[in-house]
Design a protein around this ligand. Structure first.
Ligand code: CMP
Length: 140
């Protein structure tokens, strides 16, 4: 299995509850390595652009409001089959559907305040990494 990269966000509901370390520990224990990380306040423009694919969804406005409601931690994660590995440890989007032992089952508050984002394909991972990081910020 090839070593690949994915993009992760620790969302405002998790940073507000001081869970950056706890979430990162679960990512690391799942076999992912943090090769870039920064805590940022996302601007409205950034959040709108990042979630552009959901622009027509009824929850788009609330999603943008939520993602700009406090600091987030954006990360690049590296590991074998990183996109799938990360999605497996995150669990289902809705914490009510997430399996025991996943980040969302353990920490998420709701389908919106669901503690983490993770890329859904290698192609999106590359685009999302480029959106937030320059090459020299990633140290593998
Ligand atoms: P994320 O992986 O960041 O990608 C899109 C986000 O939209 C998703 O996690 C959820 O936080 C949010 N989302 C998806 N479906 C809904 C919904 N029905 N209501 C509110 N937020 C949603």
């Amino acid at each position: 299995m090839a070593v690949t990269r994915t993009f992760s966000i620790i969302k405002p509901d998790a940073t507000r509850r001081n869970l950056t370390g706890a979430v990162t520990k679960m990512l690391e224990e799942a076999g992912l390595r943090v090769v870039a990380s920064k805590r940022i306040q996302m601007s409205e423009d950034q959040a709108k652009k990042f979630y552009e694919v959901h622009a027509e969804r009824p929850f788009y406005g609330e999603l943008v409001d939520f993602m700009t409601s406090g600091p987030v931690v954006v990360q690049v994660l590296e590991g074998e089959d990183a996109v799938k590995r990360n999605r497996d440890v995150m669990g289902a989007t809705n914490p009510a559907d997430a399996e025991d032992g996943t980040i969302r089952k353990t920490y998420a508050e709701s389908i919106e305040a669901n503690s983490v984002h993770g890329s859904d394909s290698d192609e999106n991972a590359a685009n999302e990494i480029d959106f937030f990081f320059s090459k020299d910020e990633i140290v593998g």
